[in-house]
Design a protein around this ligand. Structure first.
Ligand SMILES: [Zn+2]
Length: 69
């Protein structure tokens, strides 16, 4: 699946599809997400989170902050 690969910005490695965990911090609160679609470099381990997934998560966090007042 060549079209799903990308080259790393930091080294000559290839960034391959992976599922990663990442903690987002908003307004002093931490939101830990797992199984986020991403590309991960097979050389240096740099992660590139999927833009659509991040947008969805950011929206979720924003809604959480609105309803938790
Ligand atoms: Zn790399």
């Amino acid at each position: 699946m060549i079209e799903e690969q990308d080259f790393c910005e930091f080294c000559d490695g290839v960034a391959e599809p992976a599922r990663v965990q990442h903690t987002f911090e908003r307004k002093g609160k931490e939101f830990r997400y797992e199984n986020i679609p991403a590309l991960k470099c097979n050389e240096c381990g740099a992660m590139y989170l999927d833009g659509v997934a991040v947008e969805r998560i950011e929206k979720e966090i924003a809604e959480f902050n609105l309803t938790s007042k």
